[in-house]
Design a protein around this ligand. Structure first.
Ligand code: NDP
Ligand code: 8X3
Length: 247
């Protein structure tokens, strides 16, 4: 089994690399931080193929995938995991640059990888695509604006892929986690570790291993079973009600 993971250098991606290699699968680990990929290669050896790529760069994605050696080309599972949130400012105060980066990574990066890898899966009539959505794609919260909207896109594109792939054996799943303690908040708050840690203070957040285990379950269902969506949260996280501004 060959698994292609975007965003393998941290968080969910790194936990998946470890889990899947320990199970004997082969993993193509991708990300921008080549030094982390080199460390992984040194740790995991022949079962890992490190591939440096920035999902925002269409040409780089295409060339990197074309460069895979023949024995790594038959990808069984694509995990579109690379993604990020930037900031929690209200829309009227948010940075347009941050919005562009989230759209370019979470939407376009996801599309570039999928568009490149999917045709071969269809021609082999075999494959699976796992996408990382979020509870933020379903439930609104203050400051979630564009991040949540990108994850709503990932949800709907996942379901539309299911429609297009009807009649093939290619499966698609959208995983929609709530709060999970990874580098996610450090990235969101641009390196402010104290602020990032405060997000998880006093709660037992999900772990990256929880997500890796969930995805492992999805990819080991029998071929006739397609898990459409999984939404999971820490027990200590739930939904806010409608808010009302009274005058
Ligand atoms: P981390 O910040 O821990 O890891 C993100 C990964 O994405 C890194 O490996 C990073 O690698 C990679 N990445 C980011 N931008 C790019 C890019 N332009 N090109 C290639 N790789 C990129 O976050 P998580 O593991 O928590 O998040 C993984 C996914 O799960 C994201 O899509 C996120 O939105 C989603 N998610 C996270 C939740 C959470 O609470 N943590 C909850 C719900 C969903 P590098 O910097 O080396 O490129
Ligand atoms: C991230 C989950 O709850 O921090 O996708 O928005 S949350």
């Amino acid at each position: 089994m060959i698994i292609f993971i975007t965003g393998a250098t941290a968080g969910f991606g790194a936990a998946m690399v470890k889990r899947f290699i320990n199970k004997g699968y082969k993993v193509i680990a991708t990300g921008r931080r080549s030094e982390r990929l080199d460390q992984m290669k040194a740790e995991y050896g022949d079962h890992l193929y490190p591939l440096v790529l920035d999902v925002q760069d269409k040409e780089m994605v295409s060339k990197a995938i074309d460069s895979l050696p023949a024995e790594w080309k038959r990808i069984d599972v694509l995990i579109n995991n690379a993604g990020l949130a930037l900031g929690t400012e209200l829309a009227q105060k948010a940075s347009l640059e941050d919005w562009d980066t989230m759209i370019q990574t979470n939407i376009n990066g996801f599309l570039y990888c999928t568009h490149k890898i999917l045709p071969d899966m269809v021609s082999r009539n075999h494959g699976q695509i796992i996408n990382l959505g979020s509870v933020a794609g379903e439930f609104p919260y203050q400051g979630g604006n564009v991040y949540g909207a990108t994850k709503a896109f990932v949800h709907q594109m996942s379901m539309n892929l299911r429609s297009d792939l009807l009649g093939t054996n290619v499966r698609v799943t959208n995983i929609e986690p709530g709060m999970c303690h990874t580098e996610f908040s450090e990235v969101r708050f641009k390196g402010d570790k104290e602020k990032a840690d405060s997000v998880y203070k006093g709660i037992k957040a999900l772990s990256a291993d929880d997500i890796a285990e969930t995805i492992d379950w999805v990819i080991t269902r029998p071929a006739h079973v397609n898990i459409n969506v999984i939404s999971l949260m820490p027990t200590q996280q739930a939904f806010a009600g409608f808010s009302v501004h009274r005058t």
